[in-house]
Design a protein around this ligand. Structure first.
Ligand SMILES: *Cc1c(COP(=O)(O)O)cnc(C)c1O
Length: 383
């Protein structure tokens, strides 16, 4: 057992999936986005839990992540959402990944490799309608498509686009949907049709039903978290991850004593300081020094002094009966109180995504849920 562990509640995950399915309707396919090791939750286990729940598509960032997800199941569809480097083109075929294409050079490489394998490779063409990241700029789309359509070993199976601000700027997102529709109509006039159109990320699923098309690509809300602080309205999603540790040491501290590196905290009165074996080496952000809080015995305990690599100190002077070994909740619920990922993200001036992605390998993931789980991630589970 590691010093700090993350409990990943697969029932909450399935609950969030059911919420998304109800919202988008039965006819819209769901691609579960599991990049960055399932937003820090563990991609393999998330995929394993979602397949029986009916998810057939999974989104990853690169071919390496695709290979990991493929090891879970030979039949699921895996889309690589990022650009593919030439050296990774063979993996697309070996592991049956679905690439996106948005430049002719990569498309040509894929075509050539497909020819070598004597097969026709399904690809999705990414259109930039305003994200300004990868993707063919929509005004250049028709010319690009004409070129790619000539590559006889590629089959254009889908068109996709992405929103830069579906949480904050619904009007702009709406205009992106219009552009997306327009270029797809143009393609259809040229007899280029794709089976699957998709655009919506989590925020768009919550705010813009016009963006659903044939498939949606939720990431953050699957994990029960909000895309950003602008969501005042609450939806029926539940946080999947709880980050826990236990008290490793207790110390009576006299008035005037300082705590931790840099001596940034000085006790104003005699108190009890608990050491917890978690620090920035676990992905617990150092900016939480003198700022964050944890839950012990259902009550808040403030972080005092600097978060160090492996240990952090909290003031438990106001919590009676604290003992070494007591459970500490850093993220999640304990008793009636809760520390949300959103709260920590706000304190750190970032977004919930970065908090969960940042919980690193040293923190063991424990899977809990009604299907008899309660196991730690199996490290060497190879097919
Ligand atoms: C990460 C990503 C998503 C999921 O975004 P969320 O905001 O987590 O729902 C969807 N589509 C693409 C292309 C992505 O890169």
């Amino acid at each position: 057992m590691s010093n700090a562990w993350a409990e990943v509640n697969l029932d909450a995950l399935r609950h969030n999936l059911a919420f998304i399915r109800k919202r988008v309707g039965e006819d819209v396919e769901i691609m579960a986005v599991v990049k960055a090791d399932g937003y820090g939750h563990g991609a393999r286990e998330i995929v394993q839990a979602l397949i029986p729940a009916g998810v057939g598509w999974f989104g990853v960032a690169n071919t390496l992540e695709g290979i990991v997800v493929r090891s879970v199941d030979p039949d699921i569809q895996i889309m690589v959402l990022g650009q593919i480097f030439p050296e990774n083109v063979p993996d697309v075929f070996t592991y049956g990944l679905t690439p996106i294409v948005c430049d002719y050079e990569t498309a040509e490489l894929l075509d050539r490799e497909a020819q070598r394998h004597k097969k026709r490779l399904a690809v999705h063409v990414k259109i930039d309608t305003g994200m300004g990241r990868i993707g063919v700029w929509h005004e250049d789309f028709r010319f690009f498509l004409e070129d790619v359509a000539k590559l006889t070993h590629l089959r254009i199976d889908g068109f996709l686009s992405h929103f830069p601000s579906s949480d904050e700027d619904v009007e702009f997102s709406q205009s992106q949907v219009s552009i997306f529709k327009k270029v797809i109509c143009e393609a259809e006039r040229e007899q280029i049709r794709a089976r699957i159109l998709h655009m919506a990320n989590s925020a768009a699923i919550l705010k813009l039903s016009a963006s659903y098309f044939d498939m949606v690509r939720p990431g953050i809300i699957l994990y029960g978290l909000y895309p950003s602080a602008v969501f005042s309205e609450k939806y029926d999603i539940k946080p999947v991850l709880t980050l826990k540790t236990k008290i490793s040491f207790l110390k009576l501290v006299k008035k005037g004593m300082t705590i931790s590196y840099g001596m940034t905290y000085r006790a104003k009165k005699p108190t009890v300081i608990a050491t917890i074996p978690v620090g920035y080496g676990d992905g617990y952000n150092r900016h939480l020094s003198n700022q964050g809080r944890v839950l012990i015995k259902g009550r808040f305990a403030p972080i005092v002094g600097r978060v160090t690599m492996d240990q952090t100190m909290v003031d438990v002077g106001n919590i009676p009966g604290v003992a070494v070994g007591d459970e500490v909740v850093l993220i999640g619920r304990q008793g009636k109180k809760e520390i949300t990922v959103e709260e920590i993200a706000r304190d750190l001036d970032t977004i919930p995504y970065e908090i969960v992605c940042g919980i690193n390998k040293r923190v063991e993931r424990i899977y809990i849920g009604s299907d008899g789980t309660g196991h730690a991630a199996k490290k060497e589970k190879k097919r």
